[in-house]
Design a protein. Sequence first.
Length: 140
Amino acid sequence: MTFQRRSRLTLKMQSTGITVRAVSETMESKCSCHNNCRFNESLIDFNKSIELESGNPVIFSNRGLVNRKLENFEAAIIDYTNELTYSSNQNMKALNNRAYCFAKLGKYEQAITDYTRVLNIDPNNIHALHNRGISHERLA
């Protein structure tokens, strides 16, 4: 749903007296359900792909992203670890993604470790610097 479309819909609903917030929540709920269904379909396809080619890091990366969007952070960590295993352990994208998942689970020490690995590769990586700072703060 585009922003414009939602704006027109909101204006129309305001003129009919329907509570905009309730309608908005209903619309978001429907979108969320639709997206979760699509993500679950993606997981089925990625699982089958891994059965066929278990050493492909791109598949693990993509499945990790879907698991992260579904807030399946433990599963995403496993996927990003496999991505690192089958690609380079210097894969900054996989390290950043895994660190993010660790942080979402409150595993700040592990997040800091991965963000530090990213910064050893690219000392000016703004995302790793910022997120490592947040992780340090959460440990304080």
